[in-house]
Design a protein around this ligand. Structure first.
Ligand code: ATP
Length: 538
């Protein structure tokens, strides 16, 4: 499937629009249209239902070490700024970037690698040629240097390299001798600038910088900040999870790939609190449970994979991290994009909010301190330990965090659902057909109701049926154009079933129900429709 086709369909049929389109759009922001809002809501509802509402805390789920409880929260987007200082986002969530005035490209400062080079007998210190290549960096630098000096491959020997390969972040601020990746002339890189990925905002009409806060870059911190409230106000016992769905904001440097990397997006996160002695087993349980959820919702096959992080990829507090990834069609062949990360976060989060921002020291975590001995970012000082009144043990629970993106999941379901096949038209001729083969739980419209023709009492019966079904399902009524075209229009938006009122309905009260995927039509009594659709939708 070509991504452009899906993007065009999303616009044409009202799944996704560029935000502020009438003013030329706003990079990294997307609006969900009339069908998109239904689809995304179904994704979030399926997640919430399967993780929270339908979870039975009396039964040990397959693969889980024990029973557990699930509960939910809905926290504010703007929180006390100290939350982001203790969580580490304030210090870590920024990148330094350089722009190239010649190529107009923007690079992560520490990702640009290079080495000083000169032609035989050339001036010192030469030119610092650069590349982003991390595989065979020297080969890429050879190529860049030959190109810059206008030399051929056979002249490679005449190049004089000085010093080792290093990042431009080691050069200080003078980039006059630096040749940017892909640039023809040197000295075109700007000074590094800080891009804070957190959106800053000011609280109150007369707000000064002291009143600055941030739009949350993740929903997780609201859960940690309310851990004690949840324990004190409910009868939940460890192990238990708190789920939250909500907006997050990141001032991404290069938003791209449709909604995949947006600046405003929605997350579906669980923070699962457990005893440290069981956290490794819970990590495995959640990793597998979340992977299974995507397959249950229709993302099976080789486009979905689970990838465990190597030790050097993991955050300093994590004892295990896995990503659930999908092979989005906009990525180069063989590349996968993250849908969800599942991380074993140890006691990092609760301790940070008790003690202050933590850093790694040896094998443990200690409060980061200023030269005067004061904590760099002071914690709340509140007791966030958990007391188990059965075992009489007090401890800081470990956290397992399955963190998913609602927009990325929605996009993956759209990509997976998009299919082109052939189906006979009303004259029995095979025609190319575009359909979105959504799982029935995710389909924005569950069934469409048609009168075969606009006469002979059919519209009256069809509108009655429509009214009955509407009390139970998201349904759509259509009496315009030939019935074959109406089927196509529903296939294209992923409606699993079409119900048609025809001449026979008038006689015996039966209607046809057509399946989007098998194209089979069966006759069903109109009185049985609510039950029948309920069963088919699962
Ligand atoms: P990436 O490496 O792709 O930037 P991340 O590892 O920073 O993602 P997390 O911080 O783990 O992402 O966030 C959890 C989930 O939130 C991601 O798996 C993704 O589904 C979603 N997410 C994160 N950033 C974005 C974004 N800019 N746009 C849309 N969804 C996002």
């Amino acid at each position: 499937m070509q991504m452009e086709q899906l993007v065009a369909l999303c616009k044409r049929r009202g799944f996704l629009f560029q935000s502020s389109e009438i003013y030329g759009g706003l990079n990294g922001f997307w609006d969900y249209g009339p069908l998109g809002v239904l689809l995304k809501r179904n994704v979030k509802d399926a997640w919430w239902n399967d993780m929270v509402m339908a979870h039975n805390e009396l039964v040990v789920p397959s693969g889980a070490p024990s029973t557990y409880e699930m509960t939910g929260l809905d926290c504010t987007i703007i929180m006390h700024p100290q939350i982001w200082k203790c969580s580490g986002h304030y210090d870590l969530f920024h990148d330094y970037m350089v722009d190239c005035r010649e190529t107009k490209k923007r690079y992560r400062y520490d990702h640009v690698l290079g080495r000083f080079v000169n032609r035989a007998g050339g001036r010192t210190p030469g030119i610092f040629v650069t590349t982003l290549e991390t595989g065979n960096t020297q080969a890429a630098l050879d190529e860049a240097a030959l190109k810059f000096f206008g030399l051929r491959k056979k002249d490679l020997e005449t190049l004089q390299w000085e010093g080792g390969i290093r990042s431009i972040s080691t050069l200080g601020k003078d980039f006059s001798n630096v040749l940017g990746p892909d640039a023809k002339t040197h000295g075109t890189l700007t000074e590094p600038r800080e891009f804070n990925l957190m959106f800053k905002t000011v609280i109150g009409a007369l707000g000064s910088d002291e009143d600055a806060s941030f739009l949350r870059p993740e929903t997780a911190q609201g859960i940690f900040a309310n851990f004690k409230n949840v324990c004190d106000s409910t009868r939940v016992r460890v192990p238990f999870g708190i789920a939250q769905v909500g907006k997050s904001f990141r001032n991404e440097i290069t938003p791209r790939n449709f909604t995949f990397r947006s600046r405003e997006f929605e997350q579906m996160e669980i923070e699962f609190f457990c005893h440290p002695s069981q956290s490794a087993q819970w990590y495995t349980y959640w990793r597998d449970r979340r992977f299974a959820w995507y397959t249950e919702m229709g993302l099976a096959g080789e486009r979905l994979r689970m990838r465990e992080h190597d030790a050097d990829e993991m955050s300093h507090y994590s004892c295990g991290t896995a990503d659930i990834e999908y092979q989005f069609p906009f990525l180069p062949p063989g590349e996968f994009g993250e849908l969800e990360g599942i991380a074993h976060r140890g006691d990092f989060d609760l301790r940070s909010h008790m003690e202050g921002k933590l850093v790694k020291e040896g094998d443990g975590l200690v409060v980061e301190r200023l030269p005067n001995g004061q904590p760099k970012h002071r914690g709340s000082g509140k007791d966030l330990t958990y007391y188990d009144d059965l075992t009489k043990e007090r401890f800081v629970p470990h956290v397992i965090e399955p963190s998913a993106g609602a927009d990325r999941a929605t996009l993956a379901f759209l990509c997976e659902a998009y299919q082109v096949d052939t189906a006979p038209d009303e004259k029995g001729q095979p025609q190319e057909r575009v359909s979105l083969k959504f799982h029935p739980r995710l389909a924005p419209i569950k069934a469409a109701v048609f009168p075969l023709v606009k006469k002979d009492g059919m519209p009256e019966i069809a509108s009655e049926i429509y009214g009955e079904l509407k009390k139970h399902f998201s349904v759509f009524y259509d009496d315009k154009s030939a019935v074959g075209r109406r089927y196509r229009r529903q296939d294209e938006i992923g409606t699993p079933f079409c119900i048609t009122v025809d001449g026979q309905t008038v006689q015996d009260g039966t209607v046809t129900i057509r399946d989007r995927d098998t194209l089979k039509q069966e006759r069903v009594s109109r009185d049985e429709l609510v039950k029948e659709l309920g069963q088919r939708l699962g």
